[in-house]
Design a protein around this ligand. Structure first.
Ligand code: OXD
Length: 314
């Protein structure tokens, strides 16, 4: 195991270090835990647990054995071209998939049952007429991205009685979900889906994917739920498509710029539901199970699970 004095370093602008420290010191007593911003000796840091570190920050830790990413997406870390040449390990779900499935279920039901319009009637103190809806079985939901999170989302939405069409880069089989792969299949999924859920990883291939021409390939009047990354969507094209009725509405958790600037017109659009990047929050206890196991594997000379594939970018 590690020589005495090895440090597990931590950096996250969003998370308090304490819950991570207590558990790591208990399970891996041969390591010390230190926040990376004020580590006593950069040479002692063997593992870095990070979320959104500044570009160039990690390359000072010359004796790193691995970097662990504390969120679902690794795109912001991979933008740093000076990363040390060590394995990058991502979390596999870590409690986020279920939360994100609930988030999507909320959005799908909101759009399907027209709750936005009922809310507006309530604001006007009007007992509205019953609004028409189709049955859940005639309201197909498309899910882009069927990885550790997307597959759970797709399965749970199918359990609510909606037909689910799932699309991924490599072929997948998921009970109750019609799966697609490849460009022709994407066209069919876009044509059919009443709600499109984006869960793709952000890579150079998927950046700005959801632009005006993409939206024009979607079913007219469809809804969008974006819990992937803000940079998947051209926000100006989204707003234009809402104005023109190409899209009926959207629920957005992620944005090109976060926090979403005060002056963004997205805040005020009546057909948008906006949340501040909360669809899936890392659960430290579950994440720590995976991190501790992976550090033990590395210390025993084995390959950690959930390695990021640098060529694919996720
Ligand atoms: C993410 C996260 O990757 O919040 O967006 O975990």
């Amino acid at each position: 195991m590690a020589d005495q004095g090895g440090v597990i370093g931590f950096y996250s602008p969003d998370e308090e270090p304490q819950p991570w420290k207590s558990r790591l010191e208990l399970d891996l007593p041969e390591f010390r835990f230190e926040p990376l911003e004020n580590v006593s000796d950069v040479h002692c840091v063997h593992y870095a647990l990070v979320w959104n570190p500044p570009v160039g920050f990690l390359n000072q830790f010359v004796n790193l054995k691995a970097v662990f990413v504390l969120g679902a997406g690794v795109d912001s870390l991979l933008r740093d071209k000076t990363l040390p040449p060590v394995p990058i390990v991502k979390l596999s779900d870590a409690g986020m998939a279920n939360q994100m499935a609930h988030y999507v279920a909320y959005g799908v039901l909101h759009f399907h049952r027209r709750f936005g319009e009922y809310r507006q009637f309530q604001m006007e103190q009007r007992w509205s007429p019953i609004l028409d809806i189709s049955s859940a079985g005639q309201f197909p939901i498309g899910v882009l991205g069927l990885g550790a999170i997307g597959s759970v989302v797709a399965r749970q939405i199918a359990r609510l009685g909606f037909p689910v069409l799932g699309w991924s880069n490599s072929p997948k089989q998921i009970d109750g979900v019609r799966t697609y792969v490849g460009e022709d299949d994407l066209a069919e999924l876009l044509r059919e889906s009443r709600v499109l859920v984006n869960l793709l990883p952000l890579t150079h291939k998927t950046e700005n994917l959801i632009d005006r021409s993409f939206i024009k390939r979607m079913r007219p009047g469809a809804f969008l739920i974006n819990i992937g990354r803000g940079r998947h969507v051209r926000e100006d094209d989204l707003l234009e498509s809402l104005e023109e009725g190409l899209l009926s509405g959207a629920m957005l958790d992620v944005f090109d710029e976060e926090p979403l600037p005060n002056e963004s017109p997205l805040w005020r659009h009546p057909n948008l539901l906006i949340t501040p990047h909360v669809s899936g929050i890392t659960m430290p206890q579950i994440a720590l199970d995976q991190i501790v196991k992976n550090i033990q594997l590395i210390e025993f000379g084995e390959t950690p699970r959930s390695l990021v594939d640098l060529d694919r970018g996720y």
